[in-house]
Design a protein around this ligand. Sequence first.
Ligand SMILES: [Zn+2]
Length: 286
Amino acid sequence: MIRFGPAGNSQSFYNAGYKSSVDAPKWLNSIGLSAYEYQCNKGVNISKEKARQIGQEAQKYDILISIHAPYYINFGSQEEEKLQKSKEYIYECVEVAKEMKAQRIVFHPGSCAKVERSLAFETAKKAIMEVVNTVKEMQADGIFLCPETMGKKNNLGSSDEIIEICKMDEMLLPTIDFGHINAFEGGSLKTEEDFENLLKKFIDQLGYERMKCFHSHFSRIEYTSQGEKKHWNYEDKQFEPDFEPLAEALYKLKLEPVIICESKDYMAEDALVLKKIYQETLEKRV
Ligand SMILES: [Zn+2]
């Protein structure tokens, strides 16, 4: 089963009269979604009690929870203090994840704006492996750390880099952000074959069992020669990528990822649009 859900709360969640993310699982279930990415992207500022409540609601309503770690993480930094702070953000997320029963922590690997890409990448691999070893001692069984493919040229996180990072340990599971990859590669994801080739590369390198339930982000993203510029909604069809060819590729390769929609304002609504496209793909095949 592919799970669809939003990154954070849609405006319509608030318009429906809800104020707290504690109500998100119930609301998502009521509209037909089954995943939720809780946003700690501006810092890990949630009480244990609230995290526990969200976790209880998520179990009650069968919502798979992931947490997006702070944007400030930079494992490519050459400053020891910044590396240490980056590691601590992940540890804080792990503590929240334990309370929230979240299974996946999504993070951006880091920047290579100030140093040579290869140096930043080697630094990041070493730091991420140290994080993995520490998290193994945190009694966080079942939690995956999910490095994300990035859309800007001066960020670490090409598809090959994410594969190489994930090869280091089974605790690492890729977050494939299709809009990011398309932006990073200047419009590489158009046809079913494009998506299939990308996914096959991940399967070849990491194995089908690990990749079957990979984590992913989907939204239309405007880009320039420097990569990602802006997230749009699904109806903004002048921007790529389309979901139909991806739905076909997922069906063909028997993949069942968690798909988090990161549209600009309509994350939950667009997650439902993606779900509908996927269901139509299945119906065509029967
Ligand atoms: Zn992200």
